[in-house]
Design a protein around this ligand. Structure first.
Ligand code: BGC
Length: 348
């Protein structure tokens, strides 16, 4: 079991980098700062190992960046309009960190704090955190856990568990930026993407809060039901695409009932690497790294605009305030569970 030093945060605390992997050579590295996925090495079509996620070299660099590279984002990922919500007759105020709204739980969400390690085997690691009542404004003393596991089928499984002593919002995601041609290979506009989603949630304006409408993708640049390159329609004359300078939208995943379903299939043409995203979530935010522009990354690499794409499985944005959306509230004493699997293969 490999555990190495990962530098120190500004307050002097030491961070660590943990490696997990399988017998076939697939490896993931995760840091306890933000429980962030730092590297993910998978085999390309020539059999060499390629690191397919963007990241940083140490904890200090993670602290400085604002892209949420690979982070475990919670208690609530994505946006909450007006940085407030009502629950059980109380109003809860959150950090205002994105226009007048809350993004990714504010200034010190789970992506900006240290997690404890409760289990580390060759193939699996579990991080836990005790999160106090009103930490970042959310109700309830909460126990949070995220487990990363690399399986012998070349999958990275990420599972979340959380419970609290009051009704609260739990909506975790991983914010990995994938570039299947390799993290240092340029942009992802040539990647092909299939999204199993016939509907998406359009946004009001550039502040990216959904209108509440569940709109068909048919006839729009948001139609990824048949695989196409990410770049094919990204520059289309479409107001929704102009708001976020590219895709930064939640898709409503096609599903019949509960359980694990394929949400997306991505291919990197240069590496031949194929990734399938399988999840029990109802939504997925496609964010094409529109605001990553000259961001320092691992090994001195500068990540360009669209240098990676995020496929953030989750409840829909602002669902705590939007009656038309499925509620992200977990009742006191009940357990929130969610799982997403990233399955890798190669096309020759
Ligand atoms: C959001 C983007 C945001 C990015 C980095 C994504 O989840 O949808 O709007 O810029 O995270 O914060």
């Amino acid at each position: 079991m490999e555990k190495t030093n990962f530098g120190r945060t500004a307050d002097g605390r030491e961070a660590f980098l943990y490696t997990i992997g399988n017998c076939r050579g697939m490896r993931a590295q995760i840091t306890d700062f933000g429980a962030a996925l730092v590297s993910l090495y998978v085999k390309d079509r020539d059999g060499s190992m390629t690191d397919v996620v963007l990241g940083c070299d140490d904890a200090a660099q993670y602290e400085r960046q604002t892209c949420y590279f690979g982070a475990t984002v919670g208690r609530n990922c994505n946006r909450i309009a007006g940085a407030a919500f009502d629950l059980g007759g109380e109003t809860y105020a959150l950090d205002v960190n994105d226009n007048e709204n809350n993004l990714h739980s504010g200034f010190k969400g789970t992506s900006e704090r240290f997690w404890d390690v409760s289990e580390h085997t060759k193939s699996r690691i579990t991080f836990t955190m005790e999160d106090a009542h009103l930490a970042q404004g959310f109700p309830g003393n909460a126990q949070l856990a995220v487990t990363y596991e690399v399986t012998e089928d070349d999958e990275l499984e990420i599972s979340y568990r959380a419970s609290a002593d009051r009704d609260t919002v739990f909506n975790f995601t991983n914010h990995a930026y994938f570039n299947l041609n390799g993290h240092a290979s340029g942009d992802i506009l040539d990647h092909t993407l299939q999204l199993k989603a016939a509907y998406y949630t359009p946004v009001i304006d550039a502040k990216a809060i959904p209108t509440g409408e569940i709109a068909p993708v048919e006839g729009t640049p948001f139609d990824f039901r048949v695989a196409k390159t990410v770049g094919q329609d990204i520059g289309a004359d479409n107001a929704q695409l102009t708001y976020g300078s590219g895709y930064d939208h939640n898709f409503v995943l096609d599903r019949d009932g509960e359980g694990m379903r394929t949400a997306a299939v991505v291919k990197g043409p240069e590496s031949g690497i194929r990734m399938e995203v399988v999840t029990d979530c109802i939504g997925i935010q496609l964010y094409t790294g529109n605001f990553v522009d000259g961001e320092p990354g691992k090994g001195g690499v500068i990540y360009p605009k669209h240098g990676g794409m995020c496929l953030e499985t989750q409840y829909f944005p602002n669902s705590v305030n939007e009656p038309a959306f499925v509620s992200p509230v977990t009742e006191a004493g009940k357990e929130y569970r969610s799982k997403t699997v990233y399955r890798f293969g190669r096309d020759n």
